[in-house]
Design a protein around this ligand. Sequence first.
Ligand SMILES: C[S@@+](CC[C@H](N)C(=O)[O-])C[C@H]1O[C@@H](n2cnc3c(N)ncnc32)[C@H](O)[C@@H]1O
Length: 240
Amino acid sequence: MYSDADAAALYDHLNPWGPSDDFYLSAVLGARSVLDVGCGTGRLLHRARESGHTGRLCGVDPDVAALARARRRTDVEWVEGTAAEMTWDREFDLAVMASNVFQVFVTDEDLRASLAATRAALVDGGRLVFGTRNPRVRAWEGWNPSNPIDVVDHAGRELRISYRVEAVAGDVVRFTETTATRAGERLRVDRASLRFLDAAGVDRFLGAAGFEVEHRYGDWSRGPFTDTSDNLVTVARAAS
Ligand SMILES: C[S@@+](CC[C@H](N)C(=O)[O-])C[C@H]1O[C@@H](n2cnc3c(N)ncnc32)[C@H](O)[C@@H]1O
């Protein structure tokens, strides 16, 4: 048995600060009011405060255990809920969806509603910054039990994390994440689905939600996007 609280702590352990976080942090530090959509355990906004951001920082996520970790910092607003449920009206200069949150919106309906609520939360001319994995690179093909990740968690437990793709239906990949002991005892199995939209699809949904693509990059150093880029990084402007 591995609790939701353990899984949230393990997430932070498995996802140390990296180049994408630096990319998002520089955007956050350049904006006065920031909405972190799918903030998870709050690592980005925690770091923003620690780095001297003095404006409004607000994180939204439906995962109660992740938010409990986020709430360890009380000088940031934390809101439990989904992106589609957000009701802010032109309050933020910047919205971010860090660590591929964009991919959790797997249906057209949820993606439309999530982007519409994000647009509504932004002032005219505000920015949405996010990345999504490039479908052409087919990252999911590496998500199989022959590529496990061995970790020692926050409590000193030696674990083996493995992934298995259960189905690929159109651009949606459904998979499991299994947390086990090194001896193979299963402690927890999480199921998730992620959507791999191509650039044209991303731009179509953004346009319909009232965004104009301002910059498109293929990596976290602002290199150009190509067919072989791992990431499709977008800075979109909320049109008036
Ligand atoms: C890969 S994690 C990224 C967390 C965080 N942004 C980070 O950089 O560490 C994806 C997050 O999306 C959240 N999520 C899932 N469905 C969501 C939804 N409909 N609206 C907002 N967030 C959602 C999950 O709870 C999870 O915390």
